[in-house]
Design a protein around this ligand. Structure first.
Ligand code: ATP
Length: 572
């Protein structure tokens, strides 16, 4: 049966839509382009609105297209319902039903038009709609209606799969095309999108959370834009979250993120680690009061966990031997940088030590290398998609057996001797600044041909109270710890080390760091070591978001999070 007598085609014709706000640099160019496109879109909308007034009662193809709430019973019984990514040469000549977003459309003539359908990340295919008097009937009005559907509307089509005369270069499924005989809009998009797919697929040039861009001391480097499609700011991306997510680059980043978790879990499970879930709600700001979120809790105060550190150690004390967790971590730091978020996902592990803390270092190094190598092998396509937007050199990894492990003192020496002149006087007992870390990354890459390395034996001053001091160093000038950081491309991704398991030593260190051993959270922590004998142990943790971002050399960690949380942003 025919549906409504008056079909309401969606008004947006083929083509792009206005540019979203851009960075200061690209703003002028994008603004001019946006104006031009807005004019174009308005003109096209007028035309489409005129077309919308046409009643289609007398259209012989009226049952084959239109806006529908459901398509149940509208398609041929023998048509196979299929995802674009599963189409192959075996489908040539067959009738299929495909559900997808309309990504682009083009009118060739009154009798013919093209639409590009997309689904499943960056799987797209060309659809052809051609007027035909023979069954299944496709009218000229139907051609016009389909090519006038607003971009990013969700549609369902019935089509015959054919081989195009020439491969369709613009589509991932280039060797097939869909000759559309039925087309229904299930969810129309508005005529004007807040951000077009072209803009969503461009490098983001401004990561500020402020509406009016302010000077950011630690701003992400601007990315050169090859194409003249408009670029949007991160703010516009987040205000148009669905379009942000629909972009193939974002889909690829999230698939890589999933793979990192999978590789982390499988590497550790194969080595006898057991997963556990630390609490996010805690009763005391035990790891330092400054950067903890406070919230009301039945008339009392509660806090959001800054790390699963104590809980990993409780698991070891509780006899779990080797544990890992994947959990949210909260930091109330007013750090508006491309490296920081107020909430991120922590990938953490803790294990008993038999003879040396190096056992932990080797596991942590092993898990990260297995993640990086696993990504290069399993996510080659996704990595390519990301690189097509944010170009980067592949991550240089050390050959097995040639891993670079420097002590903190060796790293500082290297920086003094081979780094930029401004770091000629860095000292061995002060933590490194971000600029020093980046400079060291370049020296290490040049000298050792790797982007991944470990810096061990951090000075005691740069580590928390639970870090075990290297007994040997107690005799020397600078006290160092059995603790390390791991770096990729000159940026820290992981912190770890041996923890103090002896309660007397632990209490001493707590006091030495100016913390009251009887304070809330600390006394309960210390009590665990006093109540039972806890074996020597160590561990480490890294931010999932940073590993993904720095592996891909993204300009900001915010791009690697599903819903980045920053001091100025809690939505969406
Ligand atoms: P930074 O000095 O860069 O602020 P940090 O020394 O505070 O980091 P740790 O407390 O050692 O970091 O946390 C362990 C890991 O968690 C880091 O190596 C990093 O991968 C990640 N991480 C820490 N803080 C953040 C943050 N604010 N946003 C995203 N990831 C973070």
């Amino acid at each position: 049966m025919a549906e409504p007598t008056e079909q309401t085609p969606t008004e947006q014709p083929a083509g792009e839509q206005p540019a979203a706000p851009t960075s200061k640099k690209g703003a002028k160019k994008a603004e001019a382009k946006a104006k031009k496109e807005a004019l174009k879109a308005a003109r096209a909308a007028e035309l489409a609105a005129a077309a919308a007034k046409v009643t289609l009662e007398d259209d012989p193809a009226q049952d084959n297209y239109g806006n529908k709430k459901t398509v149940s019973g509208l398609f041929s019984k023998d048509a196979e319902d299929i995802e674009i990514r599963n189409l192959n040469d075996g489908h040539i000549g067959k009738t299929v039903v495909v559900r997808a977003w309309i990504q682009n459309s083009r009118v060739q003539s009154a009798k013919m038009g093209f639409v590009e359908l997309r689904k499943g990340g960056n799987w797209n295919i060309q659809g052809v709609v051609m007027a035909s008097d023979e069954a299944p009937v496709v009218s000229r009005r139907m051609v016009k209606w389909i090519t006038g559907i607003n971009l990013e509307s969700f549609i369902a089509v019935e089509a015959t799969v054919k081989q195009p005369l020439e491969p369709v270069k613009s589509c991932r499924v280039s060797g097939l095309e869909l000759h559309i005989t039925k087309c229904y809009v299930l969810a129309p998009a508005p005529a004007m999108l807040g951000m077009t797919m072209a803009a969503a697929s461009q490098p983001i040039v401004n990561f500020s959370d402020e509406k009016a861009a302010t000077e950011e001391p630690d701003k992400a480097p601007e990315v050169a834009t090859e194409s003249n499609a408009p670029s949007a700011s991160m703010l516009t991306h987040l205000d148009n979250i669905a379009m942000h997510k629909r972009a193939p680059i974002q889909q690829a980043i999230m698939d890589i993120r999933i793979q990192v978790k999978r590789l982390f879990r499988s590497y550790l499970e194969e080595r006898g680690f057991k997963e556990f879930e630390p609490p996010a709600l805690i009763g005391a700001a035990s790891e330092g009061g400054g950067n903890v979120f406070r919230l009301g809790y039945f008339g009392e105060e509660a806090f959001l966990a800054q790390s699963p550190q104590f809980y990993k150690q409780f698991e070891i004390a509780g006899g779990r031997e080797r544990v890992f967790s994947i959990s949210p971590v909260f930091r109330a730091e007013n750090s508006n940088t491309p490296r920081h978020m107020t909430e991120f996902t922590g990938l953490d592990l803790e294990m008993e030590i038999k003879d040396s803390y190096q056992e932990v270092l080797l596991i942590l190094e092993g898990v990260l290398l297995s993640i990086f190598r696993g990504l290069q092998e399993k996510c080659a396509e996704e990595i390519e998609t990301v690189r097509s937007v944010y170009y980067s050199e592949p991550l240089l990894l050390p050959e097995p057996g040639k891993e670079v492990r420097l002590t903190f003192a060796e790293a500082q020496k290297l920086l003094r001797e081979e780094g930029p002149a401004e770091f000629a006087n860095v000292s061995d007992d002060e933590d490194m600044s971000t600029a020093q870390e980046k400079a060291l990354g370049e020296v290490v890459r040049k000298k050792f041909k790797t982007d991944f390395y470990v810096i061990d034996k951090f000075p005691e001053t740069a580590r928390p109270f639970y870090a075990k001091i290297d007994d040997e160093s107690k005799k020397e000038g600078v006290k160092v710890t059995n603790a390390y950081d791991f770096f990729i491309r000159g940026q820290e991704v992981l912190s770890g080390g041996q923890r103090i398991h002896d309660p007397v030593e632990l209490e001493e260190r707590i006091k030495a760091k100016g913390v009251d051993p009887k304070s809330d959270g600390i006394k309960e922590y210390l009590a665990v070591f006093q109540q039972v004998g806890v074996p020597p142990h160590g561990g480490g943790g890294f931010g999932l978001d940073r590993v993904v971002a720095w592996f891909l050399a993204l300009p900001s960690v915010h791009l690697a999070a599903y819903y980045p949380r920053t001091p100025k942003r809690l939505a969406p």
